[in-house]
Ligand binder design. Structure first.
Ligand code: CP3
Length: 347
């Protein structure tokens, strides 16, 4: 593992993640780099999403944009959960306003076996981007990320974004051997992709299981959790802290913690105090409703104060929205929110 910048020892984000005392509640936003920023739209003009992710100069610039503008306590690496699949040769694209679209959806064991495992040689531009970023960020930690097996499987099996995940769950219920092989394949790719980011200097990682909320606790435990656990265990072996996040996961938060997370990400539908009671001796991240930034500033900050106060009962608390920044968000409101959270007196 690369040597860490000395100022990272004072990082409020890393302290909260480890459950140590903090000077202020640390804050960053999922999707902080993206379409809500005019400077993002400017550098992305005429460049496809996947092409941007494979161009270190753009990855570095886009990752740094929200750090410069907001002064958030952590940077999130600019990439996408389907990037490692693209890197190993899966024919897919990210269509503007739609999301990932896969040319030949995965349905059979043969389809699964045709997907290569990921090695660092597949993603030299990721290593280069992370190394450069870590140098530029100094005392601000970089969060690496990957998609969790279930959420990535949904894109591969459905062939694109899905509300019901019906084909994915049909495979899970009806073709357990194909399902097991697919989940093992993705777990290996996600873990290897995270290891590349950690090896290049990322200070923490987030595993996004955005669509896990489609599952009952029983099916999550039986068919999904063992695979996510393998990813989290491999990263645990590096010593880097792990955040585990999903949407609509009120009934899964305990299991998502047990899967091997240091921090459980909480969406806005679950009251933070209930989440804290469920996850026990782990830190939490979240969970202001992302639409509250469209409310008057005093309404937004009053609700943010409630989140911060609730977070005090946790082992550690990282402030975030309950899901990603909505593209039409006013960046000035996110700046106000960042300043409010960082200026909120904890003593
Ligand atoms: O700022 C950050 O959070 C880092 C960048 C990031 C992106 N995708 C960039 C992106 C992260 C962490 C992701 C993860 C991701 N990608 C997830 C998990 C997080 C979540 O939101 O639950 C998922 C489910 C995906 C798949 C995906 N890729 C979706 C649903 C979309 C949006 C489709 C749309 O256009 O509305 C994408 C495309 C994407 N990924 C964009 C960005 C900035 C928009 C692309 C553009 O600007 O044209």
């Amino acid at each position: 593992m690369p040597e860490q910048h000395p100022a990272l020892a004072d990082s409020a984000f890393l302290k909260a993640v480890r459950g140590e005392p903090v000077p202020h509640t640390p804050v960053w936003f999922m999707r902080q780099a993206g379409r809500s920023l005019p400077e993002y739209l400017a550098v992305r003009e005429g460049v496809g999403m996947l092409e941007s992710c494979m161009t270190p100069e753009l990855v570095v610039e886009i990752t740094l944009q929200p750090v410069r503008r907001y002064g958030v306590d952590a940077a999130i690496f600019f990439s996408d959960i389907v990037l490692p699949l693209k890197a190993v040769g899966v024919d897919l694209d990210i269509k503007p306003g739609v999301g990932p679209v896969v040319a030949h959806p995965v349905r059979t064991l043969d389809d699964v076996e045709r997907i290569p495992d990921l090695t660092p040689e597949h993603v030299p531009y990721i290593t280069e981007s992370v190394r450069t970023l870590v140098g530029e960020l100094g005392g601000t930690p970089l969060i690496g990320f990957a998609g969790a097996p279930f959420t990535v499987a949904s894109y591969l099996v459905e062939g694109g974004p899905s509300k019901e995940h019906a084909l994915t769950k049909a495979m899970m219920f009806g073709a357990p051997d194909v399902w097991d092989a697919l989940m093992r394949k993705i777990a290996g790719i996600s873990a290897a992709y995270l290891e590349v980011q950690v090896e290049a200097g990322a200070s923490a990682v987030q595993l996004f299981d955005s669509w896990a909320g489609a599952l009952t606790p029983r099916d999550y435990r039986e068919h999904v959790m063992p695979h996510s656990s393998r990813v989290l265990e491999r990263i645990g072996a590096t010593g880097v802290p792990r955040i585990h996040f999903g949407v609509g996961t009120t009934n899964l938060l305990g299991l998502m913690g047990e899967a091997g997370a240091d921090v459980v990400g909480v969406d806005w539908r679950t009251p933070l105090d209930a989440a804290i009671a469920t996850v026990g001796d782990r830190s939490v991240q979240g969970n202001l409703d992302p639409t509250l930034v469209f409310a008057p500033a005093e309404v937004m900050t009053a609700r943010a104060a409630e989140v911060i106060e609730a977070g005090r009962a946790a082992r550690g608390h990282v402030f975030n929205l309950g899901h990603g920044v909505i593209p039409s968000t006013d960046p000035d409101q996110l700046k106000r929110l960042t300043d409010f959270v960082q200026g909120y007196a904890l003593s």
